[in-house]
Write a protein that binds this ligand. Structure first.
Ligand code: C2G
Length: 131
């Protein structure tokens, strides 16, 4: 049983999120997703997500290719989460390229290419301009 773990905010859920989760799930038998808490998102991006962590967690949890979800409280706890969930492989989008290479002694680390031309930030901007 090969467990894959990945992390993200997944705010204003879009096809780029679907693509990375689907590709991550194809790399193993079981996919576990850490959904960044509202507080973690605020500390990284200086704003609250549009959807609160409970709703973002719920959206990810109902996807057919996701087996387990939890709230990620801190970027520094990656190793703890990997061990708790017995993950064999960590998958991240390539906007995080090289950032988690220090975890390679503990699990496989794979960076997948981002889906071009779509992001939560751009969606928020377009909606803002239209309103
Ligand atoms: N992603 C993607 N293509 C896009 C947009 C996002 O492949 N067009 C991927 C990102 O690379 C990331 C995942 O989708 O792996 C989630 O993206 P975000 O919600 O932006 O997550 P982020 O804020 O990068 O949080 O511990 C790490 C962080 O919690 C990741």
């Amino acid at each position: 049983m090969k467990t894959v773990i990945t992390f993200g905010t997944f705010d204003v859920f879009h096809v780029g999120h679907v693509n990375i989760l689907q590709r991550a799930s194809a790399l193993g038998d079981r996919l576990v997703v850490g959904v960044s808490s509202d507080a973690l998102n605020f500390s990284k991006k200086g704003r609250n997500p549009i959807y609160c962590e409970a709703d973002r967690l719920k959206i990810i949890s109902v996807l057919s290719f996701v087996d387990d979800v939890f709230i990620e409280e801190s970027l520094e706890k990656k190793l703890q989460y990997i061990q708790e969930h017995k993950a064999d492989v960590l998958v991240m989008g390539d906007d995080w390229q090289d950032k988690f290479d220090h975890l390679k002694p503990h699990c496989g680390v794979v960076y997948l290419p981002r889906t071009p031309s779509i992001s939560t930030t751009e969606i928020i901007e377009v909606v803002r301009q239209k309103s």
